[in-house]
Design a protein around this ligand. Structure first.
Ligand code: NI
Length: 212
């Protein structure tokens, strides 16, 4: 199968699995991240085939979406093998998927340009109007309130605390979203993040004004 065929088959495979996902990691998130990653890849000179596949597959092993990260990685590996993707490319794609997640700031940095591009694209989708909307959907799916002014903002935390501890949608801005603009890898993503960051800050200001 040629590269175009592999990408199309992978799109369908991922879409079938994430079409009804309801924590903010649905198929449209994948489609936006893939489009964004391809744009950045072209500007930054990253390998488009690797970037596209890693972006399409990136949430299928995420511990926010599937029960078991290792099983998720194995399924992705099996899928790529069954489409005759080169072992070297498979290893690169799996490495990107394993290292790109935020995990409360506890994960190791991504190593390759392709990984940096996909991580940037995924993070850009956590920012701006889309990022705000996804934050409230995700918090709702976890049973968290939109805001609880009596909860402290957690500056340093382990992955377990980050995933399970008591928090709110508004707290998520301080625990993750507002930090992302300074964590972008590529110049292209830094510029795109700045605009979305400013929008979130004005959203928060309005939110507190209305909260009273
Ligand atoms: Ni994602």
């Amino acid at each position: 199968m040629n590269q175009k065929g592999i990408i199309e088959a992978t799109e369908k495979w991922v879409k079938d699995q994430l079409e009804h996902e309801s924590s903010g990691h649905d198929w449209y998130h994948i489609a936006r991240v893939t489009k964004q990653a391809r744009e950045i890849a072209q500007i930054e000179g990253a390998d488009l085939f690797i970037v596209t596949l890693a972006a399409l597959l990136h949430d299928l092993a995420d511990d926010k979406v599937v029960e078991n990260e290792q099983e998720g990685l194995q399924r992705i590996s099996d899928w790529l093998k069954s489409h005759q993707v080169d072992d070297r490319l498979i290893n690169h794609i799996l490495m990107i998927i394993q290292t790109m997640s935020y995990k409360g700031g506890t994960n190791t940095p991504v190593e390759t340009l392709e990984g940096q591009v996909v991580q940037d694209a995924d993070r850009l989708d956590s920012l701006g109007a889309i990022g705000i909307a996804r934050t409230f959907v995700y918090s709702g799916s976890k049973g968290q309130p939109m805001y609880n002014p009596s909860l402290p903002v957690r500056e340093k935390m382990t992955l377990a605390e980050y995933r399970k501890g008591e928090s709110s949608a508004i707290h998520h801005f301080y625990e993750k979203l507002l930090k992302l603009k300074d964590l972008m890898n590529t110049e292209t993503a830094k510029a795109r993040a700045a605009e979305r960051h400013a929008f979130m800050e004005s959203f928060l200001e309005q939110f507190y004004n209305e909260w009273g």
